[in-house]
Design a protein around this ligand. Structure first.
Ligand code: CUA
Length: 180
């Protein structure tokens, strides 16, 4: 029997379903259920999607908050673009803003201290990817995302924009330092 031609038997729904077909439907159903269970499992145990908070905020208001932190805690500037390096008090709320094509400012954090990291964009959708850790977040204008994190290894971490945001997307790199 073909799917193109009408069924030979007019009352086709009375024909028993073939064994192979039942087996395949069973396999597909089982696989669906496994994948469905993986969604909550991976959220809890995969450590891939962080549970986080999100608030609505106007981009200009977010920029004001970030600037206030930079003005207060700037310790030096880095690179050809003179990006400020900020060392906020241990355990405080820290801010990074995304814009075409920059993560601003550079944070200097202390090891084993818990921070609330705020993220938002001033212009476009960007992707916050922290390397070599596997932290990934969408950074969207109008929304302030907050991640609570405790860096437990000192070193230099790179923020890579992993959401295509235009011609200079590939240059949109940022930094976080974690000090002993
Ligand atoms: Cu920002 Cu890609």
């Amino acid at each position: 029997m073909s799917a193109i031609l009408p069924p030979a038997e007019r009352l086709w729904w009375n024909t028993p379903v073939g064994r192979q077909e039942i087996v395949w439907v069973g396999i597909a159903l089982l696989w669906c259920l496994i994948l469905f269970a993986m969604m909550p499992y991976w959220h809890v145990y995969g450590k891939q999607n962080l549970s986080n908070e999100a608030y609505k905020i106007y981009p200009a208001a977010y920029e004001t908050k970030v600037k206030a932190m930079v003005d207060q805690y700037k310790v030096r500037e880095e690179g050809p673009q003179l990006i400020p390096v900020v060392h906020p008090p241990a355990g405080s709320d820290v801010y990074i803003l995304a814009r075409l094509w920059q993560w601003w400012p550079i944070l200097e954090l202390e090891k084993n201290q818990t921070y609330r990291l705020h993220l938002s964009s001033l212009d476009w959708q960007h992707g916050f990817s922290l390397q070599p850790l596997n932290i990934n977040l969408q950074v969207i204008p109008g929304y302030e995302m907050v991640v609570t994190m405790t860096p437990d290894t000192s070193g230099e971490y790179t923020i890579v924009c992993n959401e295509y945001c235009g011609i200079m997307h590939h240059t949109m790199l940022g930094k976080i330092f974690v000090k002993e």
